[in-house]
Design a binder for this molecule. Structure first.
Ligand code: NAD
Length: 366
């Protein structure tokens, strides 16, 4: 998974200023000299339940950048879980280091001990730079880990479920934009045909959409193109295509000042996190351009829904059934946005916050 670091790191702010800016409950700095582990666990909000979110391992340019990432990502998890109707809070962790060189069994198990010490306030899972094997090591130290391999009774790879939710959100947005949710014959560009993008293309091909794909990896492009009859386009060319739907499934921040003037689609619906470079600017700009934007954290929630299902006793069918509801939620968001005269990302945030607030009141009495 690759994401553009589109948010400027706030180096001029103190750690506590940054933590209080988005009202995080707890941020834990973990260090182990023996293994060289340096990790930060961010717990944003636990009103709805324990904070769940993956552990990302990345060679951050600075500790400030790592802190910024964990704060931003953990906050996003709070709203993703809330809008998906899950009894989960938002959390995330980052490990500072090179995922290819710095990991070992002891390293991951030491990290697992830090997760254990939080007594279930934070449940970890896989993310960029961590694997199911790492989750197995963490599981040796704590039960507060999800996304284990299917062979261990876990939910396995969340990508097919994420793709299914993205597809549901895309169909809802199509209904809004074109009056029908059928994607047959629709011209759809998919940016990034990795785990999620690949499964999404499969679903789109089944509906006989006209698919355009791009990626960094030529081998992968060739494979997906041959299998599903998708047309390969250049990495920059994708923004200028005359398509009905643009589906970002690689990077964050691809809806920005440069691309907005180039995009000709009527719908944006993809799995990438943080698609709007600046939601305050680009959210309203999309409305002005008449583009229907299906909020990223709503339609890419299939993965977390799948992992949540593992916590309550994994059942693939029920995970898919719950993910299917993204269709209805997306239509609700379009309606709310219209009613309130706001952009869809703001409407989705509003709905998520409302649920946290109202359930928080339920929990306020014993
Ligand atoms: P992935 O790494 O398997 O796939 C991403 C693909 O994008 C790769 O093939 C990569 O080569 C390609 N890519 C990178 N930069 C590109 C560029 N500039 N232009 C075109 N292609 C480019 O990741 P994934 O698991 O498929 O996730 C895709 C996106 O969805 C990520 O933003 C991720 O955060 C988000 N997401 C994934 C899940 C999940 O279940 N995997 C859940 C929620 C959100």
């Amino acid at each position: 998974m690759v994401e553009l670091k589109e948010v400027e790191v706030k180096r001029d702010k103190s750690v506590f200023d940054q933590i209080s800016e988005h009202n995080h409950e707890k941020v834990v700095f973990c260090h182990d000299k023996e293994t060289g582990l340096k990790a930060i666990i961010g717990i944003h909000n636990t009103v709805l339940g324990p904070a769940l979110g993956g552990t990302r391992m990345w060679s951050y340019a600075s500790e400030a950048e790592a802190l910024d990432d964990v704060l931003r990502l953990s906050r996003g998890m709070t709203y993703k879980a809330a809008i998906s109707g899950l009894n989960l809070g938002g959390g995330k962790a980052v490990i500072i280091g090179d995922a290819k060189k710095d990991k070992s069994e002891a390293f991951m198990r030491r990290y697992g001990r830090f997760v254990k010490n939080l007594n279930g306030a934070y449940i970890t899972a896989e993310d960029v730079g961590t694997t199911t094997k790492d989750m197995e090591y963490i599981r040796m130290e704590t039960e507060h880990v999800a996304g284990l391999p299917e062979s261990m009774g876990g939910s396995g790879d969340p990508s097919p479920v994420t793709a299914y939710g993205t597809y549901m959100g895309m169909k809802a947005a199509a209904k809004k934009a074109f009056g029908s949710d059928s994607l047959e014959g629709k011209k759809i560009s998919v940016q990034g045909v990795g785990h999620v993008g690949g499964y999404l293309v499969e679903l789109l091909a089944k509906e006989n959409a006209q698919i355009f794909i791009t990626d960094i990896y030529e081998d992968r492009l060739r494979e997906v193109s041959e299998k599903y009859g998708a047309k390969v386009v250049g990495m920059d060319e994708i923004y200028d295509l005359d398509v009905d739907i643009y589906s970002p499934c690689a990077l964050g921040g691809t809806v920005n000042n440069d691309t907005l003037s180039r995009l000709k689609c009527q719908v944006i619906a993809g799995s990438a996190n943080n698609q709007l470079r600046d939601e305050l600017v680009h959210g309203p700009a999309l409305v002005e351009k008449g583009i229907f934007y299906a909020p990223d954290f709503l339609i890419n929630a299939g993965g977390v829904i799948n992992v949540y299902s593992e916590l309550i006793g994994y059942n693939r069918e029920s995970a898919y059934a719950q993910t299917e509801r993204i269709y209805g939620y997306t239509l609700d968001i379009f309606e709310l946005a219209e009613k309130e005269g706001i952009h869809t990302q703001a409407a989705a945030m509003q709905m998520a916050k409302k649920r946290i607030e109202s359930i928080g009141k339920v929990h306020s009495t014993y």
